[in-house]
Design a protein around this ligand. Structure first.
Ligand code: ADP
Ligand code: MG
Length: 344
């Protein structure tokens, strides 16, 4: 197992004149070289947590250790922030009077000239910025500026890099390539990367582990497959994709073991299969069909239960009778018991 690089214990922060904590009693252990996504709805406390971790904001209670060193106290320094923790803000903060290559080069300016040049060139290439090298930030689009900010941050080979919504203005194939570039550099420099995103597909596809935050509380901290396939409660299950929630009474006995009385079954659309009548758990009728490009999503109304969302490889007729079988499911706590904002 790798070394723990960040040890975060019972961190809380409430802003003046606000009724609830922006960050509430959060504890996390993060390993060196790990890529961690902080995700959650708008206002969940993601940016506040990032600022606390950077040593830019002082928590009310709790501690953050970078290896053996307390980070909290850096918020009180004249120039706030821990020197080994680099943060890229949502609005990039590039130097307006420096070109792209000067911006990237900035943190390398005391190094040997050849090294500076080679490194800047490598970063320009990795972030697809070569053609913009001599341009100024104002001459670039938001997405191009965002890439410059990432290249600039990586130039410093930071121990810990904190990125607030780093892909928000980058789309499609380019976003894939930027993620690959970041992953490559993180491995090369053994950087620990924490990034904030409200986009669940960025969190699922790029992170080693995901911390889901809601109203200041950490709800689940686990790998992408775990948060998707083994969500702890209904909130987590719904956050990472559609779930058909069914109570125990509707679930075939082959999925029933003990202790599900206080739980709901979460069945993802792809966990149903369309089968012949003899194998069916539910009989239903297609009431809506959504073409998704690579597949279809059917809304199937059933006689025994609610309308279910079901993944299909081919088109069906509206009104067509279909038979559904549950291939797999996951039991989750009912949200009325575990709603995160019901503070203890
Ligand atoms: P997120 O990044 O998840 O959208 P934030 O961390 O920015 O959320 O904000 C969490 C909560 O704290 C919100 O309710 C927000 O209004 C509040 N908040 C954030 N910064 C401040 C501040 N400087 N002063 C007062 N309230 C703040
Ligand atoms: Mg934010």
């Amino acid at each position: 197992m790798s070394n723990i690089i960040l040890q975060i214990d019972q961190l809380s922060k409430t802003f003046p004149d606000t009724p609830i904590a922006a960050v509430h009693n959060i504890s996390l252990q993060i390993f060196q070289g790990e890529v961690v996504a902080l995700t959650g709805p708008s206002g969940a406390g993601k940016t506040t947590l990032l600022r606390l971790l950077a040593g830019l904001l002082l928590p009310d209670t709790g501690t953050i250790y970078l290896q053996k060193e307390l980070v909290n106290t850096y918020a009180e320094e004249l120039v706030a922030g821990h020197p080994d923790i680099h943060m890229v803000f949502q609005d990039f903060k590039l130097f307006p009077n420096h070109t792209v290559q000067e911006n990237i080069n900035y943190l390398l300016r005391y190094y040997d000239k050849d090294f500076q040049q080679a490194k800047t060139q490598e970063l320009l290439q990795l972030f697809h910025l070569e053609v913009f090298a001599t341009k100024y930030p104002r001459e670039l689009s938001g997405g191009q500026q965002q890439r410059v900010a990432l290249a600039k941050a990586m130039a410093a080979e930071p121990t810990v890099l904190l990125l607030d919504e780093p892909f928000s203005q980058i789309d499609g194939r380019l976003k894939q390539e930027i993620k690959q570039a970041l992953r490559h550099l993180v491995n090369e420099y053994d950087t620990t990367l924490l990034f904030v995103t409200h986009d669940t597909s960025d969190a699922l596809s790029f992170a080693d582990r995901i911390a889901l935050i809601h109203q200041g509380d950490l709800i689940q901290f686990a790998s992408p497959t775990q948060v998707y396939q083994k969500p702890t409660n209904q909130f987590v299950a719904s956050y990472f994709g559609w779930c058909n929630f069914l109570p125990l009474a509707y679930i075939p006995t082959r999925f029933q073991t003990n202790g599900h009385a206080d739980q709901m079954a979460c069945i993802r659309p792809e966990q149903f299969s369309l089968v012949m009548q003899s194998k069916a758990d539910f009989k239903g009728k297609v009431v809506q069909q959504h073409f998704m490009g690579s597949h279809y999503i059917l809304d199937v109304s059933t006689t025994s239960s609610q309308t279910l969302q079901v993944f299909a490889h081919q088109a069906y007729q509206i009104g067509q009778a279909v038979y559904l079988r549950i291939e797999d499911l996951h039991w989750v706590s009912k949200s009325d018991k575990l709603l995160p904002y019901e503070r203890k």
